[in-house]
Design a protein around this ligand. Structure first.
Ligand SMILES: Cc1cc2nc3c(=O)[nH]c(=O)nc-3n(C[C@H](O)[C@H](O)[C@H](O)COP(=O)(O)OP(=O)(O)OC[C@H]3O[C@@H](n4cnc5c(N)ncnc54)[C@H](O)[C@@H]3O)c2cc1C
Length: 379
C-alpha cells in the first residue's frame, strides 16, 4: 500500500520509477468474499488517494465511511462517543479492504508511463556506489537506480541487508481478524471496547458487515481460533457487550502476532525506508498504514523538490530532510499507541478507576473530543 502510493506520487510528476513487489495484486474476487485485512483510513489518507485519482476506483470496488466512534471500557462506566459532524466533517475516515486499496493504486500505476512494475519479483540484493544503486532480483535480472526505497514491510529485507538496526518488543498478543454480519446496524460507527487482555475493534465494513480486530494474549487467540463458528460468535457477542446483538461469521478467521518495532536510522547512502519497514505499531487505533502514507507524501515531496531543480534526488541532504520531517510524528504515534496499550491493559484497580473517570471527563468536553476527532482524521 505504502510503496505503491509513493510510486504513484512520483510517477505522476514524471519521475522514472520501478516498483518491485514479491506479490501480485489480486485483480478480481468473487463478489461475496471479503478481505480479512482491512484498514481504517483517515481523512488525510483518503485525500491522498483522491489527489492520486485512485479514490474513485476504491469507491467503486467498495468502501465504508466511518462517521462516528464509540469507545468503552469493560471496567466501570467510562465511555467516549465522537461524531465527525461535531468537528464539521461528514466522516472521519473509511474502512477499506487492503486488496481494494492495493488494486486501485496499481490500476493507476499501470496508466502512468514513467512507472515500470515488476510483480512476483523479490529483491535479493543491492550494491551502492557513488552514482547509483544496483538492485538484484531473485529471477536474476538487475535494475540500476539513483535511489532505492525500502517499503517492504516490518520484516524488511532492505533494512536487514543495509545493516540498519531495529528495536522494539513483542507484545505477546495476537490480533484475531474476522468478518461478521451483526444483528443490529453498525450505524457507520467504529466501535472499540477495551477488555482485560486487549481491545476489541468492530469496524463498519461495506454491505452492513463488520470487520473485527480482537487483541488478546497469544494463547487466548489460539483458543478462539479453535472455537466452532457458533461458539465464536457467541463469545464475540459477549465480548462486545451485545451492543450490536448477535453475529454471523462470514468466511474464515485469521490472526497476526503484534509487536512494536522501529529503526532510529531512516536512510543510508542512496537508500531510504518508509512505512512498516521503519515503524510497526500496535493496531489498536488503526494508524500503521496511515503513518506509512504520510511517510510516502513527505518523501515524495523532498524528492520532487530536488528533481525539479535538477539536483541529485538521493543526496544525503534530501534523505535527511525526509527523516527530520517524519521522525517526530512517527515516534509520537508509536508512543501514544504503546501508552494506550499499557493504560488499557493495566489490571490495577486504581489505574482502572482513573481510566474510567478520565474517559468520562473527556467525553464531557466537546473541545477535547473535537481535537481527538481531528487527530483520528489525520488532519
Ligand atoms: C490486525 C491489523 C490491523 C490493522 N489495521 C490497520 C488499520 O485499520 N489502519 C491502518 O492504518 N493500519 C492498520 N494496520 C497496519 C497496516 O496493516 C500496516 O501498517 C501496513 O500494511 C503497512 O504497509 P506497508 O506497505 O508499509 O507494508 P506491507 O503491507 O507489509 O507491504 C510490504 C510489501 O513489500 C513486499 N515485499 C516484502 N519483501 C519483499 C522483497 N524482498 N522483494 C520485493 N517485495 C517485497 C510485500 O510483497 C508487500 O507488498 C493493521 C495491522 C494489523 C496487523
Amino acid at each position: 500500500m505504502v510503496g505503491a502510493s509513493l510510486a504513484c506520487l512520483l510517477a505522476k510528476k514524471g519521475v522514472s520509477v520501478a516498483l518491485i513487489d514479491a506479490g501480485d495484486p489480486m485483480a478480481s474476487w468473487p463478489e461475496t468474499t471479503y478481505d480479512l485485512r482491512v484498514s481504517a483510513l483517515t481523512l488525510a489518507s483518503i485525500n491522498l488517494f483522491k489527489s492520486l485519482g485512485v479514490w474513485a476506483d476504491v469507491v467503486e470496488l467498495g468502501e465504508q465511511a466511518v462517521e462516528k466512534m464509540f469507545v468503552w471500557d469493560h471496567f466501570g462506566s467510562g465511555e467516549l462517543d465522537i461524531d465527525s459532524a461535531d468537528a464539521g466533517e461528514m466522516q472521519m475516515g473509511a474502512v477499506v479492504e487492503n486488496r481494494i486499496t492495493v488494486l486501485a493504486t496499481w490500476k493507476k500505476l499501470q496508466q502512468l508511463d514513467s512507472c515500470d512494475v515488476f510483480t512476483s519479483s523479490q529483491l535479493d540484493n543491492f550494491n551502492v556506489d557513488d552514482d547509483g544503486v544496483d538492485i538484484g532480483l531473485s529471477n536474476g535480472s538487475n535494475i540500476r537506480a539513483a535511489l532505492l526505497v525500502g517499503a517492504d514491510g516490518s520484516n524488511s529485507k532492505i533494512r536487514q541487508l543495509s545493516g540498519i538496526s531495529d528495536y522494539g518488543w513483542e507484545y505477546q498478543q495476537k490480533a484475531l481478524v474476522a468478518t461478521v454480519r451483526p444483528e443490529k446496524s453498525h450505524q457507520n460507527t467504529a466501535w472499540q471496547r477495551f477488555l482485560p487482555e486487549g481491545p476489541l475493534a468492530l469496524l463498519p465494513l461495506r454491505d452492513g458487515l463488520i470487520s473485527i480486530v480482537w487483541t488478546s494474549k497469544t494463547e487466548t487467540t489460539e483458543d478462539s481460533l479453535k472455537l466452532s463458528d457458533s461458539d465464536f460468535c457467541e463469545a464475540l457477542a459477549e465480548a462486545s457487550d451485545h451492543q450490536l446483538g448477535n453475529f454471523e461469521l462470514i468466511g474464515a478467521r485469521g490472526a497476526f502476532p503484534l509487536k512494536l518495532q522501529f529503526s532510529p536510522e531512516y536512510s543510508q547512502q542512496r537508500m531510504v525506508l518508509i512505512g512498516d519497514a521503519i515503524h510497526t505499531i500496535h493496531p489498536l487505533a488503526g494508524q500503521g498504514a496511515n503513518l506509512g502514507l504520510k511517510d510516502a507524501v513527505t518523501l515524495s515531496s523532498v524528492i520532487l523538490q530536488a528533481h525539479q531543480k535538477g539536483r541529485d534526488i538521493a543526496s544525503e541532504q534530501v534523505l535527511r530532510r525526509y527523516e527530520r520531517q517524519r521522525k517526530g510524528d512517527n515516534l509520537l504515534m508509536m508512543g501514544i499507541m504503546d501508552g494506550f496499550k499499557r493504560l488499557f491493559g493495566a489490571d490495577d484497580m486504581l489505574v482502572q478507576f482513573a481510566r474510567s473517570t478520565g474517559m468520562g471527563l473527556v467525553n464531557s468536553s466537546t473541545l477535547i473530543k473535537n481535537q481527538i476527532c481531528k487527530y483520528a482524521m489525520g488532519l
